[in-house]
Write a protein that binds this ligand. Structure first.
Ligand code: TXA
Ligand code: MG
Length: 375
């Protein structure tokens, strides 16, 4: 049985938090809200509990977990060395949606780090997450609280949909604000490398330290400089676009992730041609009696008017192209809604590539798993 306790997001009931903290300390699996997505927490120092967590999520043991702590000072027992830049990044972005990868100490079980010599650490900002970490009084390893390869949960009902009966407790603090997972920066390489874009954007990081984007992420190599309006986002402060580090993605990043059940195709490039191409695909799929989910921007509305009467077309105008934060916060819910509606295919009109859009685009490209039409 999975219990759900509802708490206020800003001022959670101490008794509820004490119960959840207790459950964590005793080796339980507790889902809780962070400002990014819901995490599935476990005592990071309890090997058996960590193994139960991997089993519940059906997560491959090769995919390392993020350890959540209450402050920069609390990372000391987990890491063997604090690389340059860590403190400055922490001062700017912790607590918040930034995960930093450090060389790990011997205290961190290999189950948490998938055997890697490094450990990922984050100090979350959400009051419920902070209170829970404090109450548990142990470092809390927490992946996103979804079944492996499902979109990350942004509300408690998503956690229940995936993990009911498999975990002990869900602390329901309402919907999460950001809606996409944290930015991951690997501080064990020089210069540090952004492994996963998130709400702490590349541009924000570049203001504080010199970082590079993992080559291949958030970029359209073949199209560099050919489009107006879009800024390139992966260039290091002085490097040329092609001079980024060539390096394997972190474990877990090779997997097909963030996927809805329906087949998702992403249409990107020149806005008008991409939209035309998407519309053709939508008409073709409808003609084949398929249910078609579409994710597009508010601004695309007129293009869909001729199709709006079709009852097997599920149109989700997810937000304005001027509001990346709104689109980010709705992305995973929208994918889950389209799955629940029974969409056979999901067609997505892509977004720009700068700032927070880089994170949106990164998740869309992973969900598309190679089904990307570039116009
Ligand atoms: O926002 C978030 O980061 C959420 C909340 C709950 O904090 N957590 C989350 O965890 O998204 P998860 O497990 O779904 O993604 C963690 C990713 C791993 O897939 C892996 O790619 C990377 O972080 N990671 C973890 N440890 C790492 C390490 N030692 N080296 C490189 N990458 C690592
Ligand atoms: Mg995840």
């Amino acid at each position: 049985m999975t219990d759900v306790i509802r708490v206020s997001a800003d001022d959670p009931d101490p008794a509820a938090i004490a119960r959840a903290g207790d459950c964590l300390r005793r080796g339980g699996l507790v889902a809780f809200p962070t400002e990014t997505v819901y995490g599935l927490g476990v005592n990071a120092l309890d090997r058996a509990a960590v193994q139960r967590l991997f089993a519940a999520k059906q997560r491959p043991a090769s995919d390392p977990l993020i350890v959540h702590v209450g402050s920069f000072e609390s990372i000391a027992p987990l890491v063997s060395h604090v690389p340059q830049g860590a403190r400055r990044l922490a001062e700017h972005f912790w607590p918040g949606p930034l995960t930093l990868v450090f060389p790990r100490s011997a205290q961190v079980p290999g189950e948490v780090t998938a055997g890697l010599p490094s450990v990922a650490v984050r100090v979350p900002a959400h009051p419920v997450a902070r209170a829970l970490i404090h109450a548990a009084a142990v470092p809390v390893a927490a992946p996103s609280a979804n079944l492996f390869s499902r979109p990350s949960p942004t509300q408690a009902s998503h956690v229940i949909d995936d993990l009911d009966g498999l975990i002990d407790l869900v602390v329901d603090g309402g919907p999460t604000a950001i809606g996409l997972e944290s930015t991951v920066v690997d501080l064990t390489s020089d210069p540090p490398v952004v492994l996963r874009p998130g709400a702490v954007t590349i541009e924000m990081l570049q203001q504080v330290i010199h970082v590079q984007m993992l080559k291949g992420f958030g970029t359209r190599d073949s199209e560099r400089g050919t489009r107006d309006g879009d800024r390139e986002i992966d260039v290091s402060t002085e490097g040329s676009p092609s001079a980024g580090p060539v390096r394997l993605p972190s474990p877990g990043m090779l997997e097909k992730h963030y996927s809805p059940r329906a087949t998702l195709t992403l249409y990107e490039g020149e806005a008008h041609s991409a939209l035309e191409s998407l519309l053709r695909a939508a008409r073709a799929a409808l003609a084949e009696q398929k249910s078609v989910g579409v994710i597009a921007a508010e601004e695309d509305r007129p293009a869909f008017e001729p199709l709006e009467s079709r009852d097997t077309l599920f149109l989700r105008l997810i937000g304005s192209r001027d509001e990346p934060a709104a689109v980010a916060s709705r992305l995973y819910t929208t994918m889950r809604e389209l799955d629940a509606a029974g969409a056979d295919v999901i067609l997505v009109h892509g977004f720009p590539d700068h700032g927070l859009w880089a994170a949106v685009q990164d998740r869309l490209r992973r969900a598309a798993a190679g089904r990307i039409v570039r116009k």
